[in-house]
Design a protein around this ligand. Structure first.
Ligand SMILES: O=C(O)CCC(=O)C(=O)O
Length: 274
């Protein structure tokens, strides 16, 4: 038994590469977070979507709060130990009846981590049932290690580089990871997964947090940033990310721009090796 995950859930994660769903906060709290996200979008005339969906925990106090939610960090600790950095975060919105989708991929691709240990926690701000395009996974595929990916720049693909597994793999048995607003799913960095388009009348929004143990390093020549969210770091593999003191303040925007620039440079460097 871990702090949040049961022995059965931890075993399921080891065998299948994912756990879903886990209760985190109330529907009302999820709606409150979604209001803040959409209030910002409305006020600034932007979408926190493709091209502007990276690392919003550096810009908004409410996102930083979710990133450090004790229930989330307890679940991550159950799987990778007590010293944890938030390596990356993407917002994943899919508008009502939007054709946007995500092809089969592994999160590890282009992260360049060594050792490649990373957990994705996908937190639902709105309900994400199968018909809204929740994630579909290939159970056990995390044991395949890194598979080769190609880039597909179809503009309805939400991933920044349209990374898509381009070697054969068995997807005769898949499972979905539906989550309700306020719940999260957990998956391993090598788990092969995808998600379909949103066939509901509402916008489906989730936050995908990528956590790593502090001993993992990014092998890119660009030194990337990551927030120490729990425990201590005796390795110095990352530059620290400061917590936002003001929503979308000038200091916050400047740091966010720099952190995203470095993350993209690192991703480009890793992609060039493929
Ligand atoms: O939000 C989605 O539909 C998929 C997100 C995803 O692939 C991930 O968080 O790893």
């Amino acid at each position: 038994m871990g702090k949040v995950l049961s022995a059965t859930q931890i075993q399921h994660f080891e065998d299948k590469g994912f756990v879903c769903p886990v209760d985190c906060f109330t529907r009302e709290q999820a709606a409150h977070y979604l209001d803040q996200l959409e209030g910002f979008e409305k006020a600034h005339g932007v979408e926190l979507g493709k091209g502007f969906n990276f690392k919003p925990h550096l810009l908004f106090k409410w996102v930083d709060e979710v990133a450090r939610h004790p229930k989330i960090l307890d679940a991550v600790e159950d799987l990778i130990g007590p010293n944890i950095r938030l390596f990356h975060l993407s917002v994943w919105p899919k508008g009502a009846h939007s054709p946007a989708y995500i092809d089969w991929h592994q999160d590890a691709t282009y992260f360049g981590l060594d050792p490649s240990i990373q957990i994705t926690i996908w937190v639902a701000l709105s309900d994400a049932p199968i018909e809204s395009g929740c994630m579909e996974v290939v159970p056990g595929s995390h044991k395949l290690g890194q598979l080769h990916h190609a880039e597909d720049h179809t503009n309805t693909i939400l991933l920044s580089k349209g990374q898509t597994v381009d070697v054969p793999f068995d997807r005769s048995k898949t499972e979905f990871m539906p989550v309700k607003a306020g719940q999260f799913s957990v998956h391993d960095t090598f788990l092969v997964h995808s998600s379909g388009s949103n066939n509901t009348d509402y916008r489906r929004v989730g936050l995908g947090f990528s956590y790593v143990p502090t001993h993992a390093r990014c092998t890119s020549s660009t030194r990337v940033t990551a927030a120490l969210v729990r425990g201590e770091d005796n390795y110095n593999h990352f530059d620290d990310e400061p917590r936002p003191l003001e929503d979308y303040g000038p200091r916050e925007r400047a740091f966010h721009t720099e952190a995203v620039k470095r993350f993209r440079a690192s991703n480009d460097e890793q992609a060039a090796k493929y």
